[in-house]
Design a protein around this ligand. Sequence first.
Ligand SMILES: [Zn+2]
Length: 342
Amino acid sequence: MFAHNFKLEINKIEDIVQIQITVPWAVKYVSVYLFKVDDSYVLFDAGLDMGNWPKLFFSALKEIGVSIKEIEYVFISHEHTDHTGLMRRFKRFNPNIQIMMSEAAHETLKWETNPDNYDELVEGAKKMVQQVISYGIDENQGNRLIDWFTMWPKLRKYHEPDRLLHDGDEISFKTNKLKVIWTPGHALGHICVFDQNKKYLFSGDHILSRITPHIGNFLVNPEIEEKYDFEDILKHYLNSLNRIDELNPKIIFPAHQDIIYNPHERIQEIIAHHDRRLREISSVIKNKPLTPYKISLLHFGDDLDEMNSFLALSEVMGHLIYLEKQDKVKRIEKNNKIFFVS
Ligand SMILES: [Zn+2]
C-alpha cells in the first residue's frame, strides 16, 4: 500500500504551478499547488509525508526557484493524511508561514493525534464497528476494522494552525482576495479556496476529474459528533457542490487526478451520478428489506477487498440516510440487524 517510488512532475497551468507526485493508489497523484497572489506566495495543501514524497516535493520547490522561506500561506484542504503531511516541516523551515485550515479539520486532527485520546478513539471505533455489524457486515471483518479506524490517526500529523478558517472567510491581498468555502462531504473539515479575480478554484478532494470522492460518515470523535450535525453527509456534500457551481469557476485545481477545465459540466456529472445511485439503491429494496451491506454487495459487487467493501458500505449508508431523511426509505430493526426498504 505504501510503495516508496513516487515520481515528480511540475506543470504550469496559467499562473498556477502544480507539483504533482505519483502515488500507487487509485487517485494516481497527490498534487500541491503553488501560486502568487499579488506579492505573496501561497501553497494549497501540504501533501504526503511518506517514502520519498517529501524529498521530491522540496526538490520541486528548488527547481521552481522558490524557497519555503518565501511562502507566506498554506491552506490545508482537509484533515486526511495526504493533505496535511508536510505542514510541520513547512513550519520548521519557515516559522513565519501561516498554516490555515477549517475549524472542523483542526478539531478532528487535534483530537485524533492526541495520545491522551487513544482509549476514547478505540472505544469510538468499537462502537462504530458494532453499528457496522448491525448493517450486515461479518463480525470478524467488522472487528478487523477496529485496527483500520485506529491506524489512520497514527499516520496523521498535527500542527496547530496559525489561523482557523470559517465558511465565507476572505484572505485579502493588495488587489485580490481568496475566498474560503466550507465544503463538508468527503471530510467534515473540507474547504475549497476560490480566487475571485481569476476564477480559479482549488478543490482538494471535493471535486475530482474522474472518480467521485468517497462520501461517508465514520466519525469516531464524540465531541465533533455532538457539535456538528453531519448524519446526512450526502446532503452536505450535494449542497457543497451546488455552492461551488454557483461561483462559476473557470478552472478547478484538484488534489488528485487531472485539472478540470469544464467545472460546471463536471459538477453536474457528479450530481447526476449520485442521483442515479439514489435511484438504484431505492429500486433494489423496493418491497424487499435488505441490510445495507447486502445492498452494497448488489450495488458494488462482492469482489472488493475488506477496506473497499467497508467504504462501499459507508457510501451506501450515506445514500440510505439521505433517502431516509426524505421519507423515501424506511429502517427496520430485527434481531440486532438493520434493514432498509423502499
Ligand atoms: Zn486526498
